[in-house]
Design a protein around this ligand. Sequence first.
Ligand code: GAP
Length: 456
Amino acid sequence: MDLMQKIVSLCKRRGFIFPSSEIYGGVAGLWDLGPLGSLIKNNIKEFWLKRFVLEEDNIVLIDGTVLMHPKVWEASGHIESFTDPLMECKKCHLRFRADHLIAGRFIGEGKAKEKNQCPGCGAKEFTEPRMFNLMFKTFLGPAEDKTNLTYLRPETAQSMFTNFRNVLSSSRLKLPFGIAQIGRSFRNEITLGDFTFRAREFDLAEIEFFVKPGEDEKWFDYWLDQWEKFYLDLGIKKKNLRKFEHPKESLAHYSKRTVDIEYKFPFGWGELAGIANRTDYDLKRHSEFSGQDLSYFDEDSPAGGKEKYFPYVIEPTMGIERAMLALLVDAYQEIKGGRTKTTESTKEMEVLLNLDKKIAPIKVAVLPLVRNKPELVKKAKEVYQLLKPYFSCQYDEIGSIGRRYRRMDEIGVPFALTIDFESLKQDDLTIRERDTMKQERVKISICLKKLLSKMV
Ligand code: GAP
């Protein structure tokens, strides 16, 4: 099994990620998060919110709708330009992204042995590429006609532009300032695969940072550093990150400059996040299409308060599920024979997920040494109740203590608390640290304080 298959299997087995609608055979590109995956995702979003909204003075959060006025997508250029080239196999009618087929992405998949070969049937004849729009269509109201046609948003950015004036007039913000948003986005991707890397539905976390024209390049560099730092602070290893400067030909229709932050996935380097200089494109286009003036009146301008202009926009953006996949890959470790040399464990491969404490879905495991001693179980349950309001905790009494440590290591629990016979006499417990396996005896009366200090 390669690393990616092992991660897919762990995710299913332990409840991180499941295929959507699996009982009906699943749907390509759609994934549900299980109990542990949902907690990880929430932890990433909370950390993002804390870092980029709560700890900042000049960035505010909004929560816009997925469905918007259809004119938004005309103005944004998505109807015209949010497309990928699509080709169809003349024999089996499978469809592919032409650029992926030409680049040899499918080599080794199914019947594709070389570039330009269909993985479905091995044929080498395809239709001419045609541009395929990635936005999902839907209708507002009961009549399914052209006037009611709209789209599921492929990015959250647009409601931050359409609310530019609302945010300005309801807050006291002045340039430079940002509007931030995390939300569901939808793309009808043609090529899928690589687990959750390329999905049809995912969460984006984006900031539209409005700056004075001329100051955009300086702010671009600032956000590139901040974005990379975010991944490092999530615990991702620096050696597995790199930056990719887009050449002019691959820039999105709105961008003057884009740099991607890439991660070294088991299937190769892949985009984790991006920083784009969207210039004044979006505010100008929405002004033009809506007839509303979205320019900025600069009261502090050296020209004496009379300067009006369209701000430039620096857009740092990231996919939350991609961050989660990178975190899982980065944290996954196998230790042949296990870390403890008991006869039982040396036969097996031990899996350790050394997720950062703030990302770990369960922070504390509470384990009575054995389950057939009511006094131990009672004490362990009391500790569990004591800690539950402060951390996500799991109580586990099934199996040997060694097995239970393993189960907790495998899902990345940073601290395991054991209540043993000594605990009954001393009113204490041991705290075992996941990465070092170091154990420390601590009085139950101070274990909450101790854990709170270890958690930062
Ligand atoms: N508003 C700018 C924008 O949407 P993008 O590069 O198209 O830019 C931003 O997407 C981020 O969204 C990417 O860096 C990636 O993390 C994530 N992303 C894009 N397409 C995705 C997909 N099909 N599945 C999962 N994540 C995706």
